[in-house]
Design a protein. Structure first.
Length: 750
């Protein structure tokens, strides 16, 4: 049996004889430091020497025998980076005097009136050339309020019973760490001045009432605005309750232990504990069960023991050293960031403790920061107190695009060209990589010959990517105008092969056989023996449809208006005489808007009046997209005539955009409020920058929930703002598919 195990067996015997009945969890020995003086005054001086090794401009001096005024002092000490020193009532204590000299203190806060700390003590401090500020009211409640005023306004406040020190010294290091004042009440009474102070701070995020019913009654709790109670039971349990309530803000690498029988040592430590975000734990001659369970469940590397053997026995100190858990295992860390992103290694990491649980433990790194302006791999080495292995953190700084060349492409039409999802970029490390690109939104135009320019955005690249698309100037005999859908009736399905070509009507109205590639077969809904196919023709934006009716399979013509009225002879699939001319996609309208009253005649290629006779909803599925113009509540097939009552039959499809119920901004959604956009106070502001901040509010696919969508601004009036001395600028925006122009307020941030 090794020495460590022998010692643990011996400790088990000691603990049994001191009423500690549960077995000790295997743990590593931790470092202890005892702050031991001849009395409480010297102990406070020892704490001061540990926390303030050189000089201090400030010190807080309190009565070492009377806790009433002293228990509110810790937040004030922390604010001024000052130690808390103790003195006798009528004469300045010699240990405190020596510390004031050693630290070369310039300012002292005396906590308490002249009945608590005499004028003689004040004069003795002043005689050293030290400025003294006395905070002493007519009673302990008033003194605490004066201290709170010096601490300053905070979003949180602690309330304790002014006739009992345990709850005050439990919360003191935490209140000091958080900068929140400590105010005093009675069990069943709130002094008027305290009530006024608490009501004046009723908008605080939280007011913590420390202690159970025996310390502060429910009546008092209810009278305190925005209050929550922390702690119940005896003062050892309440001490642990307070620490557990704020455990996410504390660091348990260092823990201070003080006797629960007196206030002085704990009060002195409440000025040093916040330096390491450490709690103060109460112990006695034997360990309370709550205290023991708490210590056993933490990884503690350093233990500060306050007072001599009379306060905390040496056997208790030995016991405490072996109760905490040890770090059993850690995992190395890998972190990826992009070049120029800031990075600071984490101050704590999650480790596996010796009992198998996950704990958070403080880690000390060999590097605190690295230069991330260059891509590369950086290795951090960390150490954890009480753990003999290193923790490794690998930071990978990924390169970002350094140069992306402009792109030039050619196509027969804009519709036949698909914008690339990635572009080739030269990275900052010299490598070539394909990076994702998001192209700026733009309304599709007709496929006329010409040059079209697109701009795209690449993450971590400050410039826009430019793509120039040259649409070739094909002759009218080479441009497909329409291809009619086909209906074929056969006896047996095996007798028919899908045609490899279909007849297309060209822009010059000539006919031409064009190759077609067919997709998979689909059964026509609710009809036996009826099959449909969709084909793709290069250079044609719509799909070609074919319906096959097989009579041996009981196939009956479903009279679908998407297909020609007269069946096609399978041996001569020419254009039927009674065909409906398909005008293709007409674009999109918003819910509630009228169908278009004019269309382009496919023969003359000129606009003509159209009379719609039928509208069929062919798609009820909600099509979602980032921009409102790309969203569809449904899709409709229209049938009508052009050229009068006896004119040509035509059909077309049109998308239905969800109705915009209002315009807002990305930050204000779902509220529809006057639009205010903050801008910088210098230079010329391009209103196109504001377009990305606007959102259309629509009802989503579930029919109830409001959903934000990006919009296309057709016109900013004016398009640029020369920012001058004015605070606000007003710009009119005309938004695609929104009938009323909106007014946008630009608010200059000075």
């Amino acid at each position: 049996m090794n020495f460590k195990k022998k010692l643990q067996v011996m400790l088990s015997i000691v603990i049994t004889t001191t009423t500690l009945n549960a077995p000790i969890v295997s743990a590593a020995e931790i470092t202890t430091k005892r702050f031991e003086g001849a009395n409480r005054y010297e102990t406070a001086a020892k704490v001061c020497q540990q926390g303030w090794t050189e000089t201090s401009d400030w010190a807080v001096v309190v009565n070492g025998e009377n806790f009433a005024d002293a228990i509110s002092a810790a937040p004030l000490a922390k604010k001024n980076n000052a130690p808390i020193l103790l003195t006798n009532s009528n004469v300045l204590n010699i240990y405190t005097s020596a510390e004031l000299n050693r630290l070369k203190v310039k300012n002292v806060y005396l906590i308490g009136g002249k009945g608590v700390i005499s004028q003689n003590v004040e004069d003795g401090i002043k005689a050293r050339g030290i400025k003294v500020t006395r905070l002493g009211g007519k009673d302990r409640y008033d003194t605490a309020l004066q201290v709170a005023a010096k601490v300053g306004k905070n979003s949180q406040i602690a309330v304790v019973n002014g006739h009992e020190f345990h709850d005050a010294t439990s919360i003191a290091p935490i209140a000091a760490l958080k900068g929140m004042p400590i105010v005093l009440v009675d069990k069943n009474y709130v002094p008027p001045a305290v009530a006024k102070y608490l009501n004046a701070n009723k908008k605080s995020d939280q007011i913590y009432v420390i202690g159970g019913e025996d310390q502060i009654s429910s009546k008092v709790l209810k009278s305190i605005p925005n209050s929550i109670r922390i702690g119940s039971g005896d003062y050892y349990k309440r001490n642990i309750d307070v620490v557990n309530a704020f455990q996410n803000e504390l660091n348990f690498s260092t823990v201070y232990v003080a006797s629960g029988r007196d206030f002085a040592d704990a009060l002195s430590a409440s000025s040093i504990a916040p330096k390491t975000a450490s709690p103060i734990i109460f112990v006695d001659k034997t360990l309370n069960g709550y205290t023991k369970s708490f210590i056993q469940g933490k990884i503690i590397n350093n233990l500060g023991v306050l007072g001599g053997n009379g306060s905390i026995s040496y056997s208790t100190e030995v016991t405490l050293k072996y109760l905490p858990l040890e770090v059993a295992d850690t995992e190395n860390i890998k972190k990826d960031i992009y070049q120029n992103e800031k990075f600071t290694p984490p101050s704590t990491i999650v480790v596996t403790a010796s009992d198998g649980t996950k704990k958070e433990s403080k880690v000390n790194w060999n590097l605190t920061r690295v230069d991330t302006t260059k891509p590369g791999v950086y290795n951090f080495v960390g150490s954890i107190d009480g753990y003999d292995k290193n923790v490794n953190l690998t930071l990978i700084v990924k390169p970002i695009p350094d140069k992306i060349d402009d792109i030039v492409a050619e196509a027969e039409s804009r519709y036949s060209y698909i914008l690339p999802k990635t572009v080739s970029a030269k990275m900052t490390d010299g490598s070539i990589s394909n990076v994702s690109v998001t192209w700026d939104y733009g309304t599709q135009q007709k496929s006329k010959p010409g040059t079209y320019v697109f701009y795209g955005t690449v993450d971590h690249y400050s410039k826009k990517v430019k793509l120039t698309l040259n649409v070739t100037n094909k002759s009218s005999s080479e441009i497909i105008k329409t291809i009619n859908n086909i209906k074929v009736i056969v006896k047996k399905k095996s007798d028919y092969n899908l045609p490899s070509t279909v007849i297309a009507t060209m822009e010059d109205n000539s006919k031409k056989d064009v190759r077609v590639t067919w997709g998979s077969e689909k059964k026509y809904p609710n009809h036996e023996g009826v099959y449909t196919y969709e084909g793709i023709v290069n250079g044609y934006s719509s799909k070609v449809k074919l319906m096959l009716i097989v009579t041996d399979e009981n196939g009956v013509d479903p009279s679908d208006p998407n297909y020609p009225g007269d069946p096609v002879d399978p041996n001569n699939p020419s254009e039927p005489g009674d065909a409906i001319r398909d005008l293709g996609e007409l674009g999109a309208i918003m819910q509630g808007e009228s169908y278009p009253s004019t269309v382009i005649d496919p023969v003359t290629n000129k606009p003509v009046q159209v009379t719609w006779t039928k509208a069929i909803n062919i798609n009820t599925d909600f099509i979602d997209a980032e921009y409102i113009d790309d969203c569809r509540a449904s899709k409709v097939t229209l049938e009508g005539t052009i050229g009068g009552t006896n004119g040509k039959k035509v059909k077309a499809t049109i998308g239905i955009i969800p109705k915009i119920i209002g315009i807002t901004t990305e930050n204000n959604f779902p509220n529809i409020v006057p639009i205010v956009i903050p801008i910088s106070s210098n230079g010329v502001y391009d209103m196109n920058k504001a377009s990305d901040k606007l959102r259309a509010v629509i009802i989503g696919k579930d029919g109830r929930t409001k959903v934000p969508k990006k919009v296309k601004v057709l016109l900013w009036d004016p398009p640029y703002i020369d920012v001058g001395d004015s605070q606000n600028y007003y710009v009119r925006a005309t938004i695609s598919h929104y009938n009323t122009p909106i007014i946008v307020t630009l608010k200059v941030q000075r």
